[in-house]
Design a protein around this ligand. Structure first.
Ligand code: GLU
Length: 330
């Protein structure tokens, strides 16, 4: 199918997980993803990453679309308007993921893993890999046919991808040159034992199928990139460029979480326009000298790659109070 390519073939995306309300940290990342694409005259795709049906709720999808519209972010393709690369909700794209898993399996790149949660938790003492996860030591990688048959009687396995033992390098569009030495996180799950596809697999299949040329997302996913590069390579797909935006953190250096209800965009949206928030984000992010209100289209001139911070952005309680006051919440 023909993909409507943006100017210069630039295509970007925002891919929220509707397991809670979006917060001001998501607004920060979404503005970057949107602004970098729009400045280049590119097309912007909205994709809902709702694979985990137990955690993701339709009400959060609705809130997410309303939050983004409120911010002034627009998209050319998405779950509400469709497009040539749809569907734009991951739970409707299962067949594509199954195909990719079959391709990896046929190429001998996967193995079934029967390790239980408890067994994996015990690995917490093993050397840590990406995002603090223990590196999987390959327990199930070399099971004999008999062992496999015996374990398969007891429980369904997850499927793990064999992480190639090589050095992964890439140039991040914000964070600069990156290098990950083996095991670069080690063998990782692409399909859970309950059949739910893992983020790493789905994101690669989707970004490739949707013609995404540059992935712009939070720096919490920086160390997922070697895994994704390995999947692109194994599936014979061309990887996009990557840019990771430093997270915004509170005074204690904690990143924002969906549980911080007060910082939910939905709460601010009830109380005013987005300009105060966008200006505040640009200010705490060091992009402007004063927290002057600005609309999303004005942010295009400010959220420019060369000015992006490379370190986590910290806001103080004083900063936060200033924001909440603007929305009559402090
Ligand atoms: N769905 C992921 C999240 O909400 C983002 C995935 C990505 O941008 O690659 O954290």
């Amino acid at each position: 199918m023909e993909i409507s390519i943006g100017k210069g073939g630039v295509r970007g995306r925002f891919a929220p997980t509707p397991s809670g309300l979006l917060h001001i940290g998501h607004a920060w990342t979404a503005l970057w993803a949107w602004a970098l694409v729009r400045r280049a005259g590119g097309a912007f795709v909205l994709r809902i990453e709702d694979l985990d049906t137990a955690r993701c709720k339709p009400a959060y999808v609705e809130a997410c679309l309303a939050d983004l519209r409120w911010l002034g972010i627009d998209w050319d393709e998405g779950p509400d308007i469709g497009g040539p690369c749809g569907p734009y909700r991951q739970r409707d794209r299962q067949a594509l993921y199954e195909q990719a898993v079959a391709q990896l399996a046929a190429a001998g790149r996967l193995y079934p893993c029967f390790c239980s949660r408890a067994e994996l938790a015990r690995l917490a003492h093993a050397p840590h890999g990406l995002a603090g996860d223990p590196v999987y030591p390959g327990t199930c990688r070399h099971l004999t046919a008999d062992e496999l048959a015996e374990r398969a009687q007891r429980k369904p396995p997850s499927l793990r991808f064999i992480m190639p033992a090589k050095v992964w390098r890439f140039e991040d569009g914000i964070m600069g040159p990156q290098r990950y030495d083996p095991p670069a996180g080690g063998d990782f799950v692409v399909r859970r034992a309950d059949g739910v596809m893992a983020y790493q697999l789905a994101v690669v299949v989707d970004d490739a199928a949707m013609g995404v040329s540059e992935v712009v997302r939070g720096a919490d996913l920086l160390d997922s990139t070697p895994r994704q590069l390995a999947l692109y390579e194994a599936l014979g797909l061309r990887p996009p460029a990557f840019s990771h935006v430093p997270l915004i953190c509170d005074e204690q250096g904690r990143r924002l979480a969906k549980r911080d209800g007060d910082l939910a965009l939905a709460s601010l949206r009830q109380r005013g326009g987005p300009q105060a928030l966008i200006g505040w984000l640009a200010w705490v992010g060091g992009l402007i000298a004063q927290p002057e209100p600005m609309a999303a289209h004005e942010a295009l001139a400010v959220f420019v790659r060369e000015r992006a911070p490379r370190e986590a952005v910290r806001f103080s309680n004083l900063h936060l109070r200033q924001l909440l006051q603007r929305y009559g919440m402090a």
